[in-house]
Design a binder for this molecule. Structure first.
Ligand code: NAP
Ligand code: GDD
Length: 354
């Protein structure tokens, strides 16, 4: 049987790397779009890459979501069966500093891919758009968000992604494309970028466990997020494109916790009891070391955003039913996975130092 061909934008990212792994396991030929960078940016996929002079099913191509020609040429040349559009400027905080660039990549970038499919008349391509719970910025009266909930983005990132959500739906309705939105709630892993809050915490606490003297500076500890594991969520990205009909799905754990709770859980797994005192910018987190109180976490207002999504909790009823969504990782196992990997990393760093 002919191998299926997939194109992944954002293949060097957290999700792109897990998705490439999954599709290779499923015997796909996988093509990844990567950005030119002056230093290597392929750390998450190096273990998958084989020199194309040898037999391989994994190919990398330079391109950029801001460059229509590179996208057009790539789709024209590789003729994929499935496209996963995961590429984005994905940091909400950064989107306030670089709103125009965020709109170009995370908004218009999606249009560029859809237009290439339409222009090339490759209507058989199935298209997945990485939509996000950041579309739901306002709680209104509901306890959970699902496919019918009202959107209210709170950041330039959320607004750019809302455009992508709608343009995906427009191309599905207007041109009959098999185009779907996966509205994914926060998902984390040991491969999470280190400026996102969960990984910032697990990297810090594991280094602290091994004796570092650093202090962790954070922003809003009261924000509530619905956290799942990226490995579970990329499987749903694939499943969404294997359905008979193109539809949109919410993927979430259904649980919500504050950033402070995430810290406490990670601390507990490391046998570090963290105590809290003070309010607002004066709040600090401390531990007892050799019987002495030691402050390890402080608040820095630079990590607060001009506008914040305070509460996220999703309902994946549709995905449970139609995609048989059964996440393998509970919240505690997600945090444990991150802690275990980051402990190894912290130990490696320490070994290099001495
Ligand atoms: P990530 O780790 O930040 O990865 C983003 C990817 O996009 C990276 O490969 C990055 O390349 C690439 N990229 C950035 N700008 C680009 C450009 N101009 N042209 C081409 N590629 C570009 O994000 P992630 O956590 O894997 O998330 C994957 C997707 O899902 C993103 O679209 C994100 O917005 C969305 N999403 C994520 C979550 C979550 O909780 N993780 C939830 C909902 C939706 P470099 O490696 O070169 O930077
Ligand atoms: N990054 C960061 N750094 N966030 C902090 C910090 C800090 O020092 N301190 C507190 N926070 C709070 C943020 O204000 C936010 O409320 C929460 O921690 C989570 O922040 P992030 O981990 O940066 O994730 P996010 O929820 O803003 O966005 C992620 O999830 C979205 C899905 O809901 C990203 O992956 C987006 O791309 C994704 O769409």
């Amino acid at each position: 049987m002919k191998k299926k061909i997939a194109l992944i934008t954002g293949t060097t990212g957290q999700d792109g790397s897990y998705l490439a792994e999954l599709l290779l396991k499923k015997k796909y030929k996988v093509h990844g779009l990567i950005r030119k960078s002056s230093s290597f940016n392929t750390k998450r996929i190096d273990h998958l890459y084989i020199d194309p002079h040898n037999r391989t099913n994994f190919f990398l191509h330079y391109g950029d979501l801001t460059d229509s020609n590179s996208i057009y040429n790539l789709i024209h040349n590789i003729r994929p069966n499935e496209i996963y559009n995961l590429g984005a400027q994905s940091h909400v905080g950064v989107s306030f500093e670089n709103p125009e660039y965020t709109a170009e990549v995370s908004g218009i970038g999606t249009l560029r891919v859809l237009e290439a499919i339409r222009f090339l008349k490759m209507k058989n391509i199935k298209f997945y758009q990485a939509s996000t719970s950041e579309l739901f910025g306002e709680k209104y009266k509901q306890k959970t968000f699902n496919e019918q909930s009202k959107f209210h983005p709170k950041s330039p990132y959320g607004a750019a992604k809302l455009y992508s959500y709608w343009i995906t739906s427009v191309y599905r309705e207007a041109y009959g494309l098999f185009a779907c939105n996966g509205i994914l709630f926060n998902h984390e892993s040991p491969r999470r970028g280190e400026t996102f809050v969960t990984r910032k915490i697990t990297r810090f606490l594991t280094r602290k466990k091994l004796g570092s003297n650093e202090i962790l500076y954070l922003g809003n500890l009261d924000a509530k997020r619905d956290w799942g594991h990226a490995k579970d969520y990329v499987e749903m990205q694939w499943k969404i494109l294997q359905q008979k009909k193109p539809e949109d799905y919410v993927i979430a754990s259904g649980e919500t916790r504050t950033v402070r709770e995430f810290i406490n859980t990670a601390g507990k797994l490391l046998n570090m009891k963290i105590y809290w005192t003070g309010k607002g910018l004066k709040e600090v987190g401390y531990i007892y070391e050799d019987g002495r109180k030691r402050t390890i976490i402080k608040i820095d207002k630079k990590y607060f955003r001009p506008n914040e999504v305070d509460y996220l909790r999703g309902s994946s009823k549709k995905a449970y039913k139609k995609l048989n969504f059964k996440p393998k990782y509970s919240f505690i196992n997600l945090v444990r996975d991150m802690i275990d990997e980051d402990l190894l990393l912290a130990q490696e760093e320490l070994n290099k130092k001495y």
